[in-house]
Design a protein around this ligand. Structure first.
Ligand code: 5GP
Ligand code: ZN
Length: 129
């Protein structure tokens, strides 16, 4: 896997960028997506294949594979992702939502760039399927 510096729209962001990662390409603008939120640490965009009326992906600008491979150095980023979820929900008048991170292929992770699914607008079952 090749990596290089990531140059985001507007700001220059010196983060790890994987050239064969679809989310790195969305973050860099190489692949077009409906970006609905961006800060120094993360971007959020609508899921291509929504599983709820609101289904937003919140993704760190730094390529981290998943929660299991995050390091102590990533603690700020991990916190910022959850705070971004709260901001996005508030901005969209969403009170109740589900925030999910699939960790590893066996748990349903298909894109190996850490992301939270923010889902709302329907009833969610528990335990999760
Ligand atoms: P995972 O299965 O890894 O937890 O979630 C990956 C999510 O990324 C899936 O819900 C899938 O629909 C979404 N996804 C995959 N490729 C793209 C893409 O190119 N654009 C967008 N917006 N979402 C994508
Ligand atoms: Zn990536």
């Amino acid at each position: 896997m090749m990596c290089s510096l990531l140059r985001t729209r507007g700001n220059i962001c010196y983060n790890l960028y994987m050239t064969d990662c679809i989310f790195c390409k969305i973050i860099s603008g190489e692949i077009k997506s409906q970006i609905i939120y961006e800060d120094d640490y993360c971007v959020a965009f609508k899921d291509l294949n929504p599983q709820a009326p609101t289904h937003i992906l919140i993704v760190p600008k730094k390529h981290i594979e998943n929660i299991a491979t995050a390091s102590e150095d990533d603690a700020l980023i991990l916190g910022k992702l959850q705070l971004a979820a709260a901001k996005i929900a508030k901005e969209n008048n969403i009170k109740d939502f589900r925030l999910v991170a699939n960790n590893g292929k066996g748990a349903g992770q298909s894109v190996m760039h850490l992301h939270y699914h923010l889902m709302a607008g329907r009833r969610f079952l528990w335990p999760a399927g």
